[in-house]
Design a protein around this ligand. Structure first.
Ligand SMILES: C[S@@+](CC[C@H](N)C(=O)[O-])C[C@H]1O[C@@H](n2cnc3c(N)ncnc32)[C@H](O)[C@@H]1O
Length: 268
């Protein structure tokens, strides 16, 4: 059942990306509103404020995640198959202004849940991307309004690249709490080329010695609504996988040159 669901979602995204490649994504995306460029720049990198880049990158990043999930499910042994609902619950942690969320499955195919720490971004999505259940949370778990074991699949794009290192394990444990047993989590990390471009020689040396380094995690004092400017958390692959494997069973990694790598793991 999960294979059929992921195959369908991956197919739909491939069709969308092919359409965006062949024509102007803005014309092809239909009449749904896009966030104001200023708001996009506060959440994503500046080039994403260009409408065609915002739309194309969101569909491509989500396709990479869904393809990695499909690969992970494909590679597991048949004997492990667990019941999977005909209409699963899919969650995006840290949806921002809906760059990926706007390409999520339709309500007919899945119940879609989206969360974020940033009230302004979540409100923009709530107003402009209907058919999704929204949950606000603080910088630290739990997502109080989400019951345990209520989600089948979670993805988080460019979120563990910003959650401070000292909070990452707590967020992984929260993902474990809300996932059903056997549920899947896809998280992204800055790829090797992105880290090299971001770090100076001294920082690269610290990364290889310590396995991780965080740059400018600037939060407004006392704010629970999000960082004033996003810093970046860089981790070696070994550091990422050691941390994630504390909580989850490792699945597959999809390396994306010049983009964020996708790591798929499974709740034990
Ligand atoms: C770089 S944005 C990515 C947004 C979206 N996933 C995308 O790829 O376009 C990071 C998002 O993670 C959210 N976030 C959620 N929980 C967070 C936390 N504990 N620390 C930092 N950022 C968090 C931020 O508010 C922001 O919307």
């Amino acid at each position: 059942m999960i294979r059929r669901f992921l195959d369908r979602w991956r197919h739909d995204l491939r069709v969308k990306v092919a359409t965006f490649d062949a024509t102007d994504p803005v014309g092809a995306d239909g009449a749904r509103p896009r966030p104001p460029p200023d708001h996009i720049r506060r959440v994503n990198s500046a080039e994403k404020a260009v409408p065609s880049v915002f739309l194309h990158s969101g569909a491509t990043d989500l396709l990479a995640i869904v393809a990695a999930l499909a690969d992970a499910v494909e590679s597991r042994s048949e004997g492990e198959a667990l019941p999977f609902p005909a209409r699963p619950t899919v969650m995006e942690l840290g949806c921002g202004v809906g760059r990926l969320l706007r390409h999520a499955p339709t309500p007919a195919l899945a119940r879609v849940v989206a969360t974020d720490v940033n009230v302004e971004s979540l409100e923009w999505c709530r107003t402009n991307l209907p058919g999704v259940e929204y949950h606000h949370h603080s910088r630290l778990p739990p997502i109080a309004s989400l019951p345990a074991m209520s989600i089948n699949i979670i993805y988080a794009h460019s979120v563990f690249t910003h959650i401070p290192l000292e909070h990452q394990l707590a967020w992984l444990r929260e993902m474990e709490r809300v996932l059903r047993p056997g549920g899947w989590l896809a998280v992204t990390f800055l790829g090797r080329e992105q880290q090299e471009a971001l770090l100076d020689a001294e920082q690269r040396a610290s990364l290889s010695v310590d396995g991780a380094i965080q740059i400018h995690p600037e939060w407004a004092p006392g704010s629970s609504e999000g960082p004033v400017a996003y810093g970046a958390v860089c981790q070696t692959i070994a550091h990422q996988e050691t941390t994630v494997a504390t909580v989850f069973a490792l699945g597959v990694r999809r390396v994306r040159h010049g983009r964020q790598d996708v790591l798929v793991v499974r709740r034990r």
